[in-house]
Design a protein around this ligand. Structure first.
Ligand code: NAP
Length: 306
């Protein structure tokens, strides 16, 4: 029988830990604060923002909204990010992307202070992931100087929240990663590449597959752990899947009838693989909890630096 790895259970456990740490900060006079920077009115952004605010309220993180018109200039947006970098009452910044095409996204994301980059979007944060020195959802790494999570000296940055959420699920569910063969399908900087590095950091043997991979079903079938981050509805069907696999489905795809499905064909997976994250209710449900964990870590680290 396939175990369904529900995100809500992971999110609740993680949020309980984060809430305790946030309460400690508050009693010391520090309110962990996240600034959410949204450009324009994209429905996806608004929906994520709503979920993030709910989660923030649950764990005791304050949210500041920075809402900018869709025609904001690169210079104007960089000015906003610089102001947030300089604001000692803001500990983390979430910037929704993609930005409108007229904006130089690389320039904007690389303006964000690595200390406040709680979704790991800057090159410096990603360098932390690739050097194994970013937060990874396993409590072994985190922001430089953050108290409370072991291995303090190794911390330099935050990993992106989505691959971190994948690691949180594996860890919470007691799934052994070391020595396992993992296949990540997708190589974006937001999900696939950092997920691969985080698995490698946990001593998996990792293959990163993509649109040019030859005989993709055969490559995926050999994996013990599959992370599907392709963005194609139900692409990973029966020919990709094998018994005993743990399958983390990151994909969020809207079908013609408006329903949400993952990258994995659920009916093919259920009954075959050992464990599967559902869509919706899997990885997506954990992402905002990871975001809040990072904000609280950033707030703790800021106290240590000052
Ligand atoms: P992306 O930037 O479009 O990257 C997709 C990756 O999949 C690319 O590396 C691409 O390969 C690969 N790919 C596309 N078609 C393929 C095919 N037919 N065979 C093999 N590989 C293929 O997407 P993303 O931002 O990483 O997001 C991936 C999915 O995760 C989306 O569904 C997105 O909505 C979802 N997502 C979920 C969360 C969450 O919180 N759960 C957060 C972020 C994203 P090439 O590099 O060769 O083009």
């Amino acid at each position: 029988m396939t175990q369904i790895l529900k995100g809500s259970e992971v999110a609740d456990a993680l949020s309980a830990q984060t809430a305790a740490r946030a309460a400690g900060l508050r009693s010391a006079g520090v309110t962990p604060t996240l600034a959410i920077v949204r450009v324009g009115e994209r429905a996806d952004d608004i929906s994520y923002e709503r979920g993030a605010c709910k989660r923030a309220e649950k764990v005791g993180v304050a949210v500041r909204h920075v809402l900018l018109a869709a025609d904001v200039t690169t210079k104007g947006l960089i000015g906003q990010i610089e102001a947030l970098n300089a604001d000692s009452e803001v500990h983390g910044v979430l910037l929704f992307r993609p930005l409108p095409p007229h904006i130089d996204e690389d320039a904007v994301r690389n303006t964000l202070s690595v200390y406040k980059d709680v979704d790991g979007i800057s090159d410096l944060s990603l360098a932390g992931v690739f050097s194994g020195k970013a937060s990874g959802g396993n409590g072994k790494h985190g922001v430089a100087g953050a108290a409370g999570d072991g291995d303090e000296d190794a911390r330099t940055a935050f990993a992106p929240c989505t691959p971190s959420a994948c690691m949180e699920i594996l860890e919470h569910c007691g799934i052994e990663v070391a020595g396992k063969k993992a296949v990540v399908v997708g190589r974006s900087l937001v999900v696939g590449k950092p997920a691969a590095m985080m698995l490698l950091d946990r001593n998996a043997t990792v293959t990163v597959a993509h649109s040019r991979t030859k005989d993709l079903p055969a490559a995926v079938r050999t994996a013990d752990i599959v992370i599907a981050c392709v963005g194609r509805a139900a692409m990973l069907g029966a020919d990709y899947l094998a018994s005993g696999q743990v399958v983390i489905d990151v994909g969020i795809n809207v079908t013609a009838d408006g329903s949400l499905v993952g990258d994995v064909e659920r009916t093919a997976a259920e009954g075959t693989v050992a464990a599967l994250t559902p869509v919706p209710g899997g990885v997506g449900a954990v992402t905002t909890s990871v975001l809040m964990k990072h904000v609280v870590q950033a707030a703790q680290a800021a106290q240590t630096r000052h």
